[in-house]
Design a protein around this ligand. Structure first.
Ligand SMILES: [Zn+2]
Length: 256
């Protein structure tokens, strides 16, 4: 059995990061992502720190991965065994995708457009969920929840937006696209999102009943699936949840 790369010796706080084992530039890069000490690095995790550096556009080689592990251990990188290195690379391969989130302004703008679409659904008596697909700063697909009106169980907001975006691009593969949606995707939509290779999903409100991005299951973090999609959530969560509960409240009131 390979020893776990997580079995660090006793944690020592406030040990600054040093060169060696890290290249001098890497100490600055790590500071930029909020890692200043050995304790910070261990807390973040070597593999996640490595993937975050890579996502921020830094040159992230295997050698840097090993240097980070050495820094977390307080050792020279050539003290890592072949088993240690292989274990690290397995963790890297199994890690869910890491990307930097869109800016707060972008998230707000696109989620507000998704909320406007959700209002259209509510106007048609459908559960108000809206979604947009964005590529290079432009909306290339819009959708809102319409299973009743279209007599189509797959007509969720995300599916509608994905279909529209695929038509725009002339390709079912939505490389480099982000999907914004007011509610956490269900398993069907998560499957389609992964199939389309969407880069990032940004959802607002969590769905405790059918959410497949962490609430009930997390298909985006399933290492046995061929995953490409990073997930972010929380922006406008309260407003999107309020939009849904207002719809259900009105519906109840009408039936009382
Ligand atoms: Zn769905």
């Amino acid at each position: 059995m390979a020893t776990s790369v997580k079995s660090f010796p006793k944690l020592r706080h406030h040990v600054p990061l040093s060169s060696p084992p890290l290249p001098p530039a890497a100490i600055d890069w790590l500071r930029d992502i909020g890692i200043r000490s050995q304790a910070d690095l261990r807390q973040r995790g070597v593999v996640l720190a490595f993937l975050q550096l890579k996502a921020s556009g830094k040159t992230a080689t295997r050698r840097l991965l090993f240097a980070l592990e050495a820094a977390a251990r307080g050792a020279h990188w050539n003290t890592l065994s072949e088993d240690d290195k292989q274990a690290l690379q397995r963790q890297l391969a199994a890690h869910p995708p890491v990307a930097l989130p869109p800016s707060a302004e972008e998230q707000q703008d696109y989620l507000i457009e998704a909320m406007r679409l959700a209002d259209l659904a509510a106007g048609e008596g459908e559960v108000p969920v809206g979604a947009v697909v964005v590529k290079n700063g432009a909306i290339i697909g819009r959708g809102y929840n319409q299973p009743i009106g279209r007599r189509d169980p797959s007509a969720h907001a995300e599916m509608q937006a994905l279909r529209a975006a695929a038509q725009t691009l002339g390709n079912y593969r939505l490389d480099g696209c982000d999907l914004y949606v007011t509610l956490e995707p269900c398993p069907m939509c998560a499957g389609a999102i992964l199939h389309a290779r969407v880069a990032r999903v940004i959802y607002a409100a969590a769905d405790a009943k059918t959410g497949a991005a962490g609430s009930v299951a997390n298909l985006f973090a399933e290492p046995r699936l061929n995953h490409h999609t990073a997930v972010f959530s929380g922006t406008l969560a309260d407003r999107c949840a309020a939009q849904l509960s207002a719809f259900f409240r009105q519906k109840r009131d009408r039936h009382d």
